[in-house]
Ligand binder design. Structure first.
Ligand code: MRU
Length: 344
C-alpha cells in the first residue's frame, strides 16, 4: 500500500515530533520538526497534521515531548504541568474525539505512575505514545481488509475529505480499501469531492490516490448529485471524527449531504473508522461539538485575491453529523456493523 510516507513520528532522541506538513501538499513534500507547546498546538489548529487518528497520535507524541522538557521537575509540579499541557493541546480542535481520548490515555498513565521517578514516568509516556501509533496501524490495516469485501471490480467510489494514510498512522480508513483494491487489480474509479473550504479532497485525497495509481476524478462538491444520477457511483466511502453511541457520525462538513444524496439514488453509504473514534459519552450526534472556523477560509484562502465582499458574514462549520439511518454500515477494525450496533 501507499505507505512509504510516515506522517507523524518522533525524532531519534525523542526531543521533538516530525510531521509531514499537510498544508504544503500536494505541491511540496515538506517535513517540519516541532517541540514548543505553541507550535505543537498550531500544527493541529492549522491542519498541518489532521485527520482524527493522526491528531490523536500526534497529541500523544507531543505530550511526551513536552514531558521530556520537564524531566527535572518534582513529581507534584510535573503532574500538574502535564495535566495543564494536555488540556491546552486538547483545546486546539473540538470535534475529533481521538485527540481527547489519546491525551486522556496519556494523562491517566501519568496519574497512575505519579509516585515513580519523573524520568521513569517520561519513559513510560514514550512507550505509551508509540503503542498508540502501533495500535492505529493494526486497526487501519484491519479496516482496509474489511472494507475491500464491500467492493467489486470496476466500482466507482465517491470520497469526501481525506481519510487516507496521511490522516492516520498508516494505510488510512476510508481510502484503505481503495488503495488495497488497486493493488489487487480491482480497477476502481475514485470520484473525489474537493471538500471546500480547505480542499482536503483536492489537495490530499487526490494526491494519495493518484500516487497509488487509482483512476481518480476530482469533482467540485456540488457535482456529487449529477455524478450519482449518471450511475458513476457504486458506493460512498467516508471517514469519521466522532461516532455517537446510536451510530450518528460526525465527519467533514458535506458528508451528510452525500449521505442524503446516496439514499435518494439508492447508493450504499459507508463510514470507516477505528474504535478510538467511538465516543460512548455521546448518546447521539446532538452531543457532538462542531468546530467553527474562521471566515478567511471561505472568503480568501486559496484565492489570488479575496472572493467575497469584506462585509459579508460567513458560517463555517468544519463538520456535520450524518444521522445513523442514512448510514448503510460503519466499518471498524472489528468488522462491518449496523450503525445502531457499533457500540455493542
Ligand atoms: O478537518 P480535518 O481535515 O481534520 O477533517 C478530517 C476528516 O473529516 C476525516 O474524514 C476524519 O478525520 C477521518 S481521518 C481517517
Amino acid at each position: 500500500m501507499n505507505n512509504e510516507i510516515i506522517n507523524v513520528k518522533l525524532t531519534d532522541d525523542g526531543a521533538a515530533v516530525i510531521i509531514l506538513d499537510q498544508t504544503a501538499l500536494p505541491n511540496e513534500t515538506k517535513y517540519i520538526t516541532l517541540k514548543g507547546k505553541e507550535e505543537l498546538f498550531e500544527a493541529i489548529y492549522t491542519l498541518r497534521v489532521r485527520g482524527a487518528p493522526a491528531i490523536g497520535i500526534f497529541a500523544a507524541y507531543a505530550l511526551y515531548v513536552l514531558a521530556k522538557q520537564l524531566e527535572n521537575e518534582e513529581n507534584e509540579s510535573f503532574v500538574s504541568k502535564i495535566i495543564k499541557l494536555s488540556a491546552y493541546l486538547d483545546s486546539s480542535r473540538p470535534t475529533a474525539v481521538n485527540l481527547a481520548t489519546q491525551l486522556k490515555r496519556m494523562t491517566a498513565l501519568v496519574e497512575k505512575q505519579k509516585m515513580n521517578p519523573v524520568k521513569q514516568i517520561v519513559a513510560a509516556m514514550k512507550e505509551e505514545a508509540i503503542t498508540i501509533y502501533n495500535e492505529d496501524v493494526d486497526m487501519c490495516k484491519a479496516i482496509s481488509k474489511h472494507g475491500i469485501t464491500l467492493i467489486k471490480k470496476g466500482d466507482g467510489i465517491m470520497t469526501q475529505c481525506n481519510a487516507g494514510p496521511i490522516a492516520t498512522s498508516k494505510y488510512g480508513t476510508a481510502l484503505g480499501p481503495i488503495i488495497m483494491g488497486q493493488e489487487q487489480g480491482l480497477s476502481l474509479k475514485a470520484y473525489i469531492c474537493e471538500t471546500r473550504p480547505l480542499l482536503q479532497g483536492a489537495r490530499l485525497t487526490a494526491y494519495e490516490l493518484v500516487n497509488a495509481g487509482v483512476d481518480s476524478t476530482l469533482i467540485c462538491d456540488n457535482m456529487a448529485s449529477i455524478a450519482m444520477s449518471e450511475g458513476k457511483i457504486n458506493a460512498v466511502f467516508a471517514g469519521c471524527d466522532r461516532i455517537a453511541r446510536n451510530g450518528d457520525v460526525a465527519n467533514k462538513v458535506g458528508t451528510s449531504s452525500l449521505a442524503i444524496l446516496a439514499k435518494h439514488y439508492g447508493i450504499p453509504f459507508y463510514i470507516f473508522g477505528p474504535s478510538t473514534t467511538i465516543d460512548e459519552n455521546c448518546l447521539s450526534g446532538k452531543d457532538i461539538e462542531i468546530e467553527e472556523r474562521s471566515p478567511e477560509e471561505i472568503k480568501e484562502m486559496f484565492y489570488k485575491k479575496p472572493m467575497a465582499p469584506k462585509e459579508v458574514k460567513t458560517y463555517n462549520p468544519a463538520f456535520d453529523v450524518t444521522p445513523n439511518e442514512l448510514i448503510t454500515a460503519i466499518i471498524t477494525e472489528t468488522g462491518i456493523h449496523k450503525p445502531s450496533e457499533v457500540c455493542n
